[in-house]
Ligand binder design. Structure first.
Ligand code: NAI
Ligand code: HPV
Length: 529
């Protein structure tokens, strides 16, 4: 029985662990409490790893993940996952979006209320210091305040809705959404970041990336209202931490609610010394409900990925299968087979692969190119080539992948053409189509119109179109005990001919050399599909 290894790198809900344990195809390793060095050795045998924000999937991790097919981030943010590095190694990165949305939304509201009423401080004053001093703890109300929401996705939009229930005025900044998503809720949408800076309270809910890091820095804070309140339950570093500290100590920022830090765990962070901050140790996703949902979904998705069944919420697959209509899938498979075939026919360093599509298939020529590249490179690479790393490996090998969507019609409903060029200037161009019988059919090779099924072991022979060649081919193959399964011929107006011979036996180099010695024969190529 085939067994797949899934390593759980961080703590996930028991329900997820049970699913992993109960699947007889899964060898499950719990490594959440292992030190980082030990974890690196454990993941060497893993097919799939489940991680949370405590495990950095960095170059070191990837270097040890020698067998890894997929990483399931049991949560939303993948800022600590080197996605490009994973893609290069063919590792699919998946996350579990939305399962912790409500948990993060409610924690954001908790921080907002805590900041406005200084709740943890009044609480500690009474509970720890045993002081009853009501006049010390005057806070502010949310009602009537302007809330600036940066990032109006799953979490940001729901924070806004809840804030609206507190009778706050909402203004949202998110250049990547349709403004109606905001305006339909009777909220204000802005493309002007300055509008956000003029709010009473600002909360951020974007992913952490190059564009969003330090989105709030010294200059932005300077433009804010005196006494502004800032909330960050998304990622440390979206608000520049030094600027935040300076703003809090100067009093420009009255209060901040912070769940996330640049470097976690953050037990010695300067912000912890301030009296106008409420903090939590990255608890946005920490509710029983959300962790149950995430644990179960992460386990389900990890099992499916380990078995190669599906890759839910894959972030680095160049092809979104859900957007590929059924008629395209066989063309992708055919493109991959042609890529494989053309590499064998040329047996030389590939420099360019040009993929063209005509008909409806033209819309999917990029996906097609990925499949062709996988087919072409599977023959020449020591690495395991797959749809995730095909583009990276091609670049590394200096192979240029070109695509062309041809809009003019052909006699075929859909036609794909793949031209492979080698460093020595050799080229092979094959066009193919699929009729209603679902058979992959080559319809042209190097400009010769020919109809031949794309399968089996084939010899492609070019010759001067003179009498006697076919007979010579037949006798040469018979001499070597080769059985011919199919023989197709094509000729052009330059007195050249091309034969595709499907054979039942493996062809030796001797046989190929003897074929090449036939008078009038100009080239012989051989491939096994
Ligand atoms: N504290 C915690 O435990 C948790 C933190 N998070 C963090 O919250 C983030 C948001 O999560 P979701 O709302 O589920 O993600 P989402 O993908 O649904 O929403 C993100 C929104 O940010 C917007 N955005 C991206 N770049 C932007 C920019 N430069 N300016 C303005 N808006 C921009 C996007 O258009 C999108 O609408 C995650 O990426 C994660 O880092 C998520 C869950 C729990
Ligand atoms: O889902 C996210 O992005 C979170 O920040 C939650 O992180 P965690 O799984 O709690 O380490």
């Amino acid at each position: 029985m085939q067994k797949y290894t899934i390593v759980v790198c961080d703590h996930i809900h028991e329900a997820g662990l049970e699913m992993l344990q109960n699947d007889k195809n899964i060898n499950f390793i719990m490594a959440a409490d292992e030190d980082k060095e030990k974890l690196l050795t454990i993941i060497e045998s893993a097919d799939v790893a489940i991680t949370r924000s405590s495990t950095d999937v960095d170059a070191k991790f990837i270097a040890h993940a020698k067998n890894m097919k997929a990483i399931v981030r049991a949560g939303v943010g993948v800022d600590n996952v080197d996605i490009a590095g994973c893609s290069k190694e063919g590792i699919i990165v998946m996350n579990v979006p939305t399962a912790n949305t409500i948990a993060a939304v409610e924690l954001t509201m908790a921080h907002m209320l805590s900041c406005m009423r200084m709740f943890p401080y009044s609480h500690n004053h009474l509970k720890l210091d045993r002081v009853w001093k009501r006049e010390k703890w005057y806070g502010y109300e949310l009602k009537g305040k302007k809330l600036g929401v940066i990032g109006f996705g799953n979490i940001g939009s729901r924070v806004a809705k809840r804030a609206q229930a507190f009778e706050m005025d909402i203004i949202a900044y998110d250049p990547y959404i349709n403004p109606s998503k905001v305006t339909d809720l009777d909220m204000v949408y802005t493309k002007n970041f300055e509008d956000i800076l003029s709010c009473d309270i600002i909360t951020i809910h974007t992913p952490k990336n190059k564009e969003t890091v330090n989105m709030i820095d010294v200059a932005e804070i300077a433009k804010m209202k005196d006494g502004v309140v800032l909330i960050n339950c998304a990622r440390g570093g979206l608000y520049n931490e030094e600027a935040l500290y300076a703003g809090l100590t100067s009093g420009k920022i009255r209060f901040a609610g912070i769940d996330v830090f640049m470097k976690e765990p953050a037990t010695n962070h300067p912000l912890l010394d301030l009296d106008n901050v409420t903090v939590s140790p990255h608890l946005g996703a920490n509710t029983y409900e959300s962790q149950y949902n995430i644990g179960v979904q992460a386990a389900e998705n990890a099992i499916a990925a380990a078995k190669g069944i599906s890759y839910a919420h894959a972030m680095n697959l160049p092809i979104d299968e859900s957007k590929i209509p059924p008629f395209v899938k066989p063309f992708l498979e055919m493109g991959q087979t042609i890529g494989f075939l053309e590499t064998q026919l040329n047996q030389s360093q590939i420099v360019t692969i040009k993929v063209s599509g005509q008909g409806e298939i033209a819309k999917y020529v990029d996906s097609l190119a990925t499949f062709v590249a996988v087919g072409a490179m599977s023959q020449i690479s020591d690495n395991t080539i797959n749809y995730v790393n095909a583009d990276f490996v091609a670049k590394e090998k200096g192979i240029k992948i070109e695509t062309e969507a041809l809009l003019d019609s052909t006699v075929y409903k859909n036609l794909i053409t793949i031209k492979l060029t080698t460093a020595e200037g050799g080229t092979t161009t094959i066009s193919a189509t699929i009729f209603d019988d679902n058979v992959f059919r080559i319809v042209s090779i190097d400009g010769f119109d020919i109809e031949v099924a794309l399968k089996g072991d084939m010899i492609i022979l070019k010759n001067q179109d003179v009498p006697g060649v076919i007979g010579n081919i037949g006798s040469t193959l018979a001499k070597h005990n080769v059985n011919i399964a199919d023989f197709s011929l094509a000729r052009n107006d330059k007195k050249q001919a091309l034969a595709v011979i499907l054979v039942d036996n493996v062809i030796s180099d001797d046989t190929l050399e003897e074929l090449l010695r036939i008078d009038a024969c100009s080239s012989v190529q051989y491939a096994r599909l």
